[in-house]
Design a protein around this ligand. Structure first.
Ligand code: C2E
Ligand code: CA
Ligand code: CA
Length: 678
């Protein structure tokens, strides 16, 4: 054992050790293997990471960068050099889409550029300047605008719109701009040279990408204005002399008439005609005639003053309108005459034409403005009418158109309207004067009521002045009614006044009745009611009719007279012998008195065979004799002298009226006169 046993033990121990070593060795192998595996694994992970990285770079980052670069190119407007995207899949599709988009954009851009170019060509080709501005700052302008303002192409952009507006137009333009007004206005612009350009600007507001833009179309209207001026010149001026023509003169006259309506002012319209002008044309030819007219026009223009219009209205007729004449009508016409005489003197200066010295003259006619004519051509005709009087008279003077007639006509019109107002007033500013009529013994037999008009401006107006106007205007009817009423009332007062009873009870009150008044349909009833109302005796009323009443309608007059006569009203035939002098109808008329006109009385001292157009006293003798045969009493009017009275007495006149006895008197004076006669 020990050996063996020891050997055995040894052997066992060896074996044990061996086992351990082997175990250890195994463990070592295991660890080694494990380590190797770990390394391999780590390597594999590293390698795959690297592979992934490479894949990411090639497959994602590069295409994305290419895409970005492509987009940047497109953004920069470069559609041609786009990077290519290789391979297939999504990135390929993306690349294709990008390319397509780029192509489309390029096409659109080209179209846009083309259209813009076309538009600009169009806008540049336009004669009209087109300017766009935002808040007054020019953002765009076409070539015409650049040309108009005299700047290099594009030179307007960035400048202020208002800096191109001419100063006088600035204020209004600023106003319109600040109010953002749209419309068409005439505005003067000013170019870089400082030259003023009259323009017509049409302004429109437009919304452009949320911005307010003003589009201003500017049209240079210099040519148009020049053409207009030319037309005006042709339309208003005489081509031969350069003076105003007839039409333009008439326009001035119309304006003057309108001005005279608003305020009192005076003007004169004169026409001046060169005498024997036709003989210049005939002997020297039309060309010489034109020279004469032009020379005369120059001479007249040289004398033309302020407020005067000089015109050639017809072949050799010039006209002058003188406005703002000072003073009353007389002073104004004198001033006009002086001015026109200076013109006539200028025409009379010697004139050399074609080596011949001509001595021409001219005559003028003038009409004052305002006058009754309200019509400019009418006024020119009136001036020409007056001018023709110089031809008739064969002189070179200034003739006024019916100056006196014109004055009288306007005075008559004024009188008429004043009289109308007077008749409407209560009480009317009218009164009666009474002129006594006496018999052959000088005793008071009757009285004639004669109307007067107390006008504040004119004073006491004589019926000679206003009765004709009253008759012409129909005012005679209310006027006559007033007289009848007043005369009847006064007579009644006298007859009922004890102080007057001595002379008033048998007094006849003679009242003048105009033909127009007598023809009124209600004349008879008016007289009837007057007599009844006032309470006078019909016999004491004598109506004085003139022969004119009888002419119109003798039968109607006869009937009316007969009717009134049946009440007792008397009739006198006034102004006998002045109108028809036909005694034939006297027989038929229910007359009481025949009033021989004052003109017969005045002629009464004429010799029997008067060569001075006077009617001799024997004519009165005959009238009186005839009247007496008809049972008419004869009253002689206008007896002023004793001689007249005596001669009329011898003729057999029954009654007398005239200044020899008394002038027509106001009521109080007449009463005193009548009382003194008793
Ligand atoms: P008539 O009817 O012939 O009146 C007479 C006119 O002669 C009056 O003028 C009178 O003042 C004037 N007269 C009288 N005696 C003399 C004289 O001795 N010498 C001169 N030189 N003149 C004398 P009057 O008052 O100015 O009237 C003028 C005319 O007006 C009247 O002429 C008459 O036709 C008209 N008239 C006057 N009153 C009326 C009226 O009430 N109605 C109408 N219809 N006419 C009237
Ligand atoms: Ca009378
Ligand atoms: Ca008379």
């Amino acid at each position: 054992g020990t050996g063996l046993g020891g050997q055995g033990a040894l052997m066992r121990a060896d074996y044990q050790i061996d086992r351990h070593v082997r175990l250890l060795r195994c463990a070592g192998w295991l660890i080694c293997a494990l380590l190797g595996l770990a390394v391999v694994l780590a390597m594999a992970v590293l390698l795959s990471a690297l592979g992934l990285l490479a894949m990411a770079h090639w497959g994602i980052l590069r295409p994305v960068a290419a895409l970005r670069a492509g987009m940047e190119r497109i953004g920069a407007g470069d559609f041609t050099h786009l990077p290519r995207l290789q391979g297939s899949g999504d990135f390929h599709d993306l690349g294709q889409a990008l390319q397509k988009m780029a192509n489309e954009l390029q096409a659109r851009n080209t179209a846009l550029a083309e259209s813009e170019a076309r538009f600009r060509q169009l806008s540049d080709a336009s004669f009209e300047a087109i300017i766009l501005h935002e808040n007054g700052r020019i953002t765009d302008a076409n070539a015409a605008a650049d040309r108009l303002m005299g700047v290099a192409p594009g030179g307007l952009v960035g400048t202020a719109m208002l800096s191109w507006v001419s100063p006088p137009f600035l204020e209004r333009t600023i106003q319109r701009t600040t109010q953002g007004m749209e419309g068409v206005w005439e505005v003067d612009l000013q170019d870089t040279q400082g030259q003023t350009i009259p323009c017509e600007c049409s302004v429109r507001r437009r919304q452009l990408d949320n911005r307010q833009v003003h589009v201003v179309a500017v049209r240079d209207i210099r040519t148009r204005l020049a053409a207009e001026a030319e037309i005006r010149q042709l339309a208003h001026f005489d081509a031969l002399t350069g003076l105003s023509n007839r039409r333009s003169l008439l326009e001035q006259v119309v304006q003057e008439l309108a001005a005279a309506d608003l305020q009192p002012r005076r003007a004169a319209l004169a026409t001046i005609n060169i005498n024997a002008f036709q003989s210049v044309n005939d002997s020297l030819g039309m060309a010489a005639g034109d020279v004469v007219l032009r020379t005369m026009a120059r001479r007249l223009s040289a004398l033309q003053g302020q407020g005067q219009t000089l015109a050639r209205v017809d072949g050799d007729t010039f006209a002058l309108l003188l406005c703002d004449l000072q003073g009353d009508l007389n002073q104004a016409s004198a001033e006009a005459a002086r001015t026109i005489e200076r013109l006539l003197a200028a025409i009379a200066e010697p004139l050399e034409v074609q080596g011949q010295v001509l001595h021409l003259s001219a005559g003028a006619g003038v009409v004052m403005i305002p006058n009754d004519s309200r019509d400019a051509p009418e006024l020119l005709r009136e001036a020409e009418t007056a001018m023709h009087r110089t031809k008739d008279a064969g002189d070179s003077r200034v003739y006024f158109f019916a100056h006196a007639l014109q004055e009288a006509a306007s005075e008559r019109l004024a009188l008429r309207s004043d009289l109308r107002r007077a008749l409407e007033a209560k009480p009317a500013p009218l009164l009666l004067h009474y002129q006594p009529q006496v018999d052959s013994q000088g005793r008071l037999a009757g009285v004639e009521a004669l109307v007067r008009w107390q006008d504040p401006r004119r004073g006491l107006v004589s019926p000679v002045h206003f009765i004709p106007e009253a008759e012409a205007s129909g005012l005679i009817v209310p006027l006559g009614n007033w007289v009848l009423e007043e005369a009847a009332t006064t007579l009644h007062r006298w007859q009922n006044d004890p102080a007057c009873a001595a002379w008033a009870t048998k007094l006849t009150m003679a009242v003048n009745v105009s033909a127009r008044q007598f023809r009124e349909a209600d004349f008879i009833s008016r007289i009837e009611s007057l007599i009844a109302r006032v309470g006078i005796d019909a016999f004491s009323l004598e109506l004085e009719l003139t022969e004119s009443v009888l002419v119109d309608d003798l039968e109607a007059t006869l009937e009316k007279m007969a009717q009134l006569r049946s009440h007792g009203v008397r009739f006198a035939l006034d102004d006998c012998g002045t109108a028809y002098s036909s005694m034939a109808y006297l027989k038929r008329l229910p007359l009481d008195v025949l009033k021989i006109d004052r003109s017969f009385t005045m002629d009464i001292d004429a010799p029997e065979h008067s060569g001075q157009g006077k009617r001799p006293a024997v004519l009165i003798d005959a009238i009186v004799a005839m009247a007496h045969q008809l049972d008419l009493r004869v009253l002689a009017e206008g007896v002023e002298t004793l001689a007249q009275q005596e001669r009329l007495l011898r003729s057999g006149c029954d009654l007398f009226q005239g200044y020899r006895f008394s002038r027509p008197l106001p009521e109080a004076e007449f009463r005193a006169w009548a009382a003194a006669q008793q």
